[in-house]
Design a protein around this ligand. Structure first.
Ligand code: NAD
Ligand code: ZN
Ligand code: ZN
Length: 370
């Protein structure tokens, strides 16, 4: 079948809308009619090279849609099912899945070539194979994906909203709650208030943090953070440090969460300085693979027993976290509707990313037309 998709032809290229040929599902795969796709900063990293991938590639790794066809061997999903996709596939059987760390599933190795698990591609045009970001490629009207990426959800949920639990929401929430282990009374600093950071604020607040300091140079982001539970805001790291020092009487923050769009040496240094003895810095935002941006004195690391840790998918298991986030949304415990600040058509994807770079959105969402 044919599908319209937003693709990157090569490093530094801008998004182009192309008509592609899409193969039907093979073993263990499903055909999805994408209803909505979130605009996460990670797709912008594909354009700039901060996430190195094989090109050409169909963008988009936050996606929600309806199953139209299932391939041989698929028993867990059926046509008509509504799904939210995880940006990380989970096979369930590799060593990491078996340990309950499905965010580290060995299928993650495919995220460089972005082919499907059997090593082949489903999108083609003019004799070329197109990869699919995170094995998804949700900036397409239709897509063929692995069942290992699909979490079935109730049919009455608004897919234009719950699409965000495929990446931004559990990533930010889990940065605070799972990896940060925020406890009642903690003081937490969050650097960078995008679709990820706002959910770190939301998670820290929900976990009972006494102080949540949201740091972002943009006034609209600081304003939004307050709606999601930030008790204080700062325009830069120096102002945040001053606040943390005052609020904790010089002790320091329990956790510093880095959710900035591009992670720099400066922000890591600031976060490391902001945490107390035994405190934790969690790095969720990305920078290019060659960038050595952690420059901290080991003296302080050791003697103050501080920790710096990474977090992928907020350290959670997608097949557990996604339904849990949706249950919390239904129960009124998790804000999702308020996260979507603009909706776009597929053809406006460049505008969507310009708005992300300009900091206009908390999260932009493409709503597909068929
Ligand atoms: N580890 C994971 O599992 C995972 C998952 C999804 C996204 N990410 C990454 O998380 C990052 C955030 O993604 P997003 O979609 O929320 O991005 P975004 O562009 O929507 O938001 C980033 C925000 O950071 C702010 N910012 C930039 N530099 C800053 C600094 N030094 N101090 C404070 N604020 C700063 C920007 O003003 C912006 O508001 C990206 O690098 C993305 O690739 C990681
Ligand atoms: Zn993402
Ligand atoms: Zn696995």
């Amino acid at each position: 079948m044919k599908t319209k998709a937003a693709v990157l032809g090569g490093l530094g290229d801008d998004w182009e809308i192309a008509e592609l040929d899409l193969d039907p599902p093979k073993d263990g795969e499903v055909l999805v009619r994408w209803v909505a796709a979130g605009l996460c900063h990670s797709d912008e990293h594909l354009r700039t090279g901060d996430i190195p991938v094989r090109y050409p590639i169909v963008g988009g790794h936050e996606g929600a849609g309806v199953i139209e066809e299932v391939g041989p061997g698929v028993t867990r999903l059926a046509p008509g099912d509504h799904v939210v996709c995880s940006f990380l596939p989970a096979c369930g059987h590799c060593r990491f899945c078996a340990r309950g760390m499905t965010n580290l599933c060995d299928l993650g190795a495919l995220l460089v070539d972005n082919c499907l698990p059997d090593g082949t591609f489903r999108f083609h045009a003019e004799g070329r194979d197109f990869g699919q970001m995170c094995l998804l490629g949700t900036f397409s009207q239709w897509g063929t994906v692995s069942e290992h990426s699909c979490i079935k959800v109730d049919r009455d949920l608004p897919l234009e909203t719950v699409v965000l639990v495929g990446c931004g929401v559990p990533t930010g929430w889990g940065t605070a709650v799972n990896v940060g282990g925020v406890r009642p009374g903690d003081t937490v600093v969050v650097y960078g208030i995008g679709g990820v950071g706002i959910n770190a604020v939301q998670g820290a607040s929900f976990a009972g943090a006494r102080h949540v300091v949201a740091v972002d140079p943009l006034p609209n982001k600081r304003e939004a953070a307050q709606q999601f539970g930030a008790t204080h805001t700062a325009a830069d790291a120096a102002a945040a440090q001053q606040l943390v020092t005052e609020l904790t009487l010089g002790v320091g923050a329990d956790q510093a969460l880095i959710t900035a769009g591009v992670v720099t040496e400066e922000v890591i240094g600031a976060a490391f300085a902001a945490v107390r003895k035994g405190g934790t810095v969690i790095v969720t935002g990305l920078a290019g693979p060659g960038v050595k941006n952690i420059q901290i004195p080991s003296f302080e690391l050791t003697l103050f027993q501080k920790r710096i840790v990474g977090a992928l998918f907020g350290g959670g298991n997608p097949f557990e976290e996604i339904p849990r986030m949706i249950d919390m949304y239904r129960a009124g415990m998790l804000k999702l509707d308020e996260l979507v600040t603009s909706q776009y058509r597929l053809g406006d994807v460049r505008q969507g990313y310009q708005d992300l770079v300009d900091g206009k959105n908390i999260r932009g969402v493409i709503v597909h037309e068929h």
